[in-house]
Ligand binder design. Structure first.
Ligand code: PMP
Length: 440
């Protein structure tokens, strides 16, 4: 070991307090958590409970420190507790935390966001990625006067009913609910396609003439691990939407302001009609947004007939955190190169260690998103992602955790690097990786 890591942080890490707190939480919060992936169900064991986070690090109740590779699932792109964001939020809090009445701040962040992303005329702010995607679909339906949407198996767009759909029986068919509480009526309007399978999408269009309002897609998928769109997949969706008069919705809740200032639209050079945002756009406070050209946004209330609202939408604290974050990214475009270089370094150095051990693996990476699947088959969609060996994944996750590296606690989630991660942190991560992989 390098000696860099505190000596108390050895392979003998303790989790007693987290464990006790989890038991306490389970009495009053279903499953002890407010969002399921935090419960470690996919990897087993007890989730760690945090006291605080700073820069690249997480600190838990048992005084363990971890290098953070999830960045609050994306938002903390510059690291935790960035001094400029903290100072801006503190100053703003003294002026009141919510009014339900407009502020100039909302126009300012709208202008900043629209200046960074291509092809969008107007943006509306909401409170989460779920709300953004739910509202975007309603708007696309209102705009086209059609009911059905196409989504891809394994893409996640939040927990609104229309998205909690799994493939039904047969190749081209209606979806069926994948959660009790979602009605069959809702499910019949969501048609499921396989990611990276353009022919499948074309077939769905043919089977549902003039009925499809929108395709919603993660332009780079982050909810089956990280999966990249294959050559001309997104371009193909664009042209199918053009041919059939459907709205192309890019869910950039993860990729927006992360892959590039202009998100996947900029990074991959494909234009969407409607785009949803979340995560980075709130600087760590609860914010989502959706944007489109004016012709579409004119359909929204109060101008148009499609209803959408929110008491806390445009909340001054959240807008302040988001604006400060976007201003920082706008002023420092080199952040994106730095993040991509760090991620590429990690990828490059992981490969020989995996090869040496002779493990089956696939690493997918773009910008600061990456994932490792323990399979020989290229991971291009949900079916291939599901081929990953979960026993290896569980041991890998816990091996890294006890060596002070916090990875996503599920093989179906992407890593999100933050720019506070230093070269030393990467080297420590690789040491931990080497030891963990050898022990698998
Ligand atoms: N879309 C995508 C692509 C996501 O990854 C997520 C959440 N991880 C959502 C939508 C939902 O966002 P939220 O959790 O803020 O509701």
């Amino acid at each position: 070991r390098t000696g860099y890591w505190p000596t108390t942080q050895s392979k003998m890490m303790q989790y007693q307090r987290s464990s006790a707190l989890f038991n306490e939480a389970k009495k009053v919060i279903p499953g002890g958590v407010n969002s399921p992936v935090r419960a470690f169900n996919a990897v087993g064991g007890t989730p760690i409970f945090l006291t605080h986070a700073m820069g690249a690090y997480l600190f838990d109740e048992d005084q363990n420190r971890y290098i953070d590779f999830i960045a609050s699932w994306g938002p903390m792109i510059l690291g935790h507790a960035h001094p400029k964001v903290v100072a801006a939020v503190q100053a703003r809090a003294e002026k009141g935390t919510s009014y339900g009445i407009p502020t100039a701040l909302e126009t300012e962040i709208a202008k900043r966001a629209l200046s960074m992303v291509p092809h969008m005329d107007q943006i509306r702010f909401v409170n989460s990625g779920t709300e953004a995607c739910m509202s975007a679909v309603r708007l696309a339906r209102g705009f086209t006067g059609r009911d059905k949407i196409i989504k891809f198996a394994g893409c996640y767009h939040g927990h609104a009913d229309a998205f909690l759909i799994q493939a039904g029986s047969g190749a081209v068919t209606f979806g069926s609910p994948n959660s009790p509480g979602v009605t069959a009526g809702t499910a019949k309007d969501t048609l499921l396609a396989a990611y990276n399978n353009l022919e499948h999408v074309a077939e769905i269009f043919r089977a549902n003439p003039a009925q499809i309002a929108a395709i919603i897609v993660e332009p780079v998928a982050g909810n089956m691990g990280c999966i990249l769109p294959q050559a001309s997949f997104l371009e193909g969706l664009r042209s199918l939407c053009d041919t059939h008069g459907a709205v192309l919705i890019f869910d950039e809740v993860m990729t927006g302001f992360r892959l590039a200032q202009g998100g996947a639209q900029e990074c991959l050079g494909v234009r969407a009609d409607l785009v949803t945002y979340g995560k980075v756009i709130g600087g760590g406070l609860p914010v989502g947004a959706f944007a489109a050209r004016k012709e579409i946004m004119d359909f929204l209330a109060p101008l148009g007939p499609v209803y959408q609202a929110g008491t806390l939408s445009g909340n001054p604290l959240a807008m302040t955190a988001g604006l400060t974050m976007l201003d920082l990214l706008h002023a420092h475009p080199e952040t994106y190169t730095s993040l991509a270089n760090k991620t590429a370094f990690l990828h490059r150095e992981m490969v020989p260690l995996l090869e040496e051990k002779g493990l089956p693996y696939q690493i997918n990476r773009l910008g600061s998103m990456m994932s490792l699947h323990f399979t020989d088959t290229p991971v291009v969609d949900f079916e291939t992602a599901a081929k990953g060996n979960n026993d290896y994944f569980k041991k890998y996750f816990h091996g890294m955790l006890k060596r002070g590296v916090y990875l996503p606690p599920s093989a179906f989630e992407s890593y999100f690097l933050n720019d506070a991660i230093s070269q030393k942190d990467l080297e420590h991560t690789l040491e931990a990786f080497s030891e963990t992989i050898k022990a698998l």
